[in-house]
Design a protein around this ligand. Structure first.
Ligand code: SF4
Length: 492
């Protein structure tokens, strides 16, 4: 198989950092972030700042829907949170219940109609839905609903849950429970009506969702870093299969799935997606990544002059590797955070330098040095090869790549945009072949046991540490086969 792609670096005004086949950086993409508020008069502003803290989970669209308990006020738009909302817009979002969303999407469905929260009219008033994750059997349910008369407004599978609720003759809570029991996948849902907020996590707790408090108000977010930003206190994670109901009676803790499954939180949240200042399952992300780096050093030590991490996600792990080995940590690679958009079309020569617009090797640091380069994952291999080449061009004499997760061999069905299995380099090549392909002097991956221990410690309640590791071990927590209609990736 060939991993050589022709990067389309500029698309209109956009510099294409790339996540897809044509992109320069074939990194995995998280799909969405959600944020909710119940019982705070300034729910819109809290949502704005909460979503801003979750921006790394989705940069393509943002939206906030607020209820003043008689009607909804909402706005959604394409772009970053700070681009979508202005002062006047925020002033119009009045109410004490709110849900918000940031979305990343694959290019085919990157349009405003799919931006969330999705808002509907139903028999009991207004309904808004925001989700992070993927419904594996959504295509099948959607087809059945369409055959029985439902008309879908969007191509987002999130709409499936709204239709299931709207068509039910039961009250909202029972209708939502029935709907969650129909769908299969990994998801965190926020559902708002004029006077209620429902919060749900899938039966395996695949996608992160946590609860906090700000005074008497309840807040919910994909990651706890959003609570820090607004001054709220983290209370706890939402449990697998749990359904929280917030209304005039206060908070009720219920379940839609009686059977308790083994928790299977996405391991890649720890490896790569979540912000280092977020806590999940009682573990801080930065600390967990440092332990991954330290464990990596124990498993695959290589003598070198400096350790560097691919920014931003691998810096914590590189510090851990350096501390364990005594090899100094250095900033050998720098990420330009402002490379997303340009209004000046560059010359062809500069376009070909595109990788350097996003990432630079620090020549004074790496020149003449044997470098250990820590990264979180290898998807197609193109990114790793480009970064290794950057280091070599800047004068590194050796580049040893250490990946703080096991080989990524299987697609994700639970909300992470992954390519087809055939495009995943680890499913097609041995480690030796991959090493050659990315031009490294040596390559090693963290073992599954090493990853579990780094995240959950030695006293993990179950042998997988409460984690989903399916992209590494092909052991999916849910059914994934729906007669060829199943959907992997994301359905936000
Ligand atoms: S398959 Fe991989 S990326 Fe998807 S939820 Fe499981 S651990 Fe996360």
């Amino acid at each position: 198989m060939s991993h050589e792609v022709t990067p389309q670096l500029w698309t209109g005004d956009y510099y294409n950092e790339g996540s897809g086949k044509d992109g320069l950086f074939d990194k995995l993409k998280d799909e969405c972030g959600v944020f909710g508020v119940y019982g705070h008069s300034d729910s819109a502003s809290l949502s704005y700042y909460g979503l801003h803290a979750l921006q790394h989970r989705g940069e393509e669209s943002a939206g906030i829907c607020v209820s003043d308990r008689s009607e909804f006020h909402y706005h959604r738009g394409m772009g970053l949170v700070k681009e979508v909302f202005d002062k006047d817009m925020m002033a119009s979002l009045v109410g004490d219940i709110a849900i918000g969303h940031v979305r990343y999407s694959t290019s085919g469905d990157s349009k405003l109609t799919n931006a969330q929260p999705l808002v509907f009219k139903y028999r009991d008033g207004d309904l808004a839905v925001a989700t992070n994750g993927n419904i594996v059997n959504a295509p099948q349910i959607r087809r059945e609903l369409e055959q029985s008369g439902s008309i879908f407004q969007t191509t987002s599978d999130t709409e499936v849950i709204a239709h299931l609720i709207a068509r039910s003759s039961k009250d909202l809570v029972e209708a939502a429970k029935d709907a969650f029991n129909r769908i299969v996948g990994g998801y965190a849902f926020l559902i708002m009506t004029n006077d209620k907020l429902l919060v749900a996590s899938d039966p395996h707790g695949l996608r992160p969702l946590c609860m906090g408090m700000l005074g008497d108000a309840y807040v919910f977010a994909s990651e706890s870093c959003a609570f820090e930003t607004i001054g709220a206190k983290l209370i706890r994670d939402i449990e697998p299969g749990e359904l929280l109901i917030l209304d005039e009676q206060g908070l009720r803790e219920d379940r839609f799935e009686e059977k308790k499954h083994r928790k299977s939180l996405c391991a890649m949240e720890y490896v790569y997606f979540a912000r280092p200042d977020s806590d999940m399952n009682g573990s801080n992300q930065h600390a967990a990544r440092k332990r991954m780096g330290s464990r990596m050093a124990l498993e695959s030590f290589v003598d070198a002059d400096i350790v560097t991490g691919v920014p931003d996600s691998s810096i914590s792990a590189a510090i851990g590797y350096a501390e364990q080995t005594g090899i100094p940590y250095e900033l050998g690679l720098i990420k330009n955070k402002y490379s997303g958009r340009t209004f000046i079309q560059p010359s062809q020569e500069l376009r070909e330098q595109g990788v350097k617009m996003k990432l630079s090797a620090v020549r004074r640091v790496v020149e003449g040095q044997r470098v250990v380069m820590i990264d979180d994952s290898i998807v197609r291999g193109t990114t790793s090869r480009r970064i290794v080449n950057l280091l070599r061009e800047a004068g590194a004499t050796e580049v040893h790549v250490r990946i703080t997760s096991p080989p990524f061999k299987n697609p994700c069905f639970y909300g992470i945009d992954t390519p087809d299995r055939r495009e995943l380099i680890a499913s097609q090549m041995s480690i030796e072949e991959m090493c050659k392909e990315i031009h490294a002097d040596s390559l090693a991956f963290l073992s599954p046991e090493g990853l579990i221990t780094a995240i959950a410690g030695n006293n993990a309640e179950d042998k997988k540490g409460g984690l989903c590791l399916a992209c590494f071990d092909n052991d999916y927590p849910t059914r994934t086969d729906f007669g060829g209609e199943e959907k992997f990736g994301c359905s936000c």
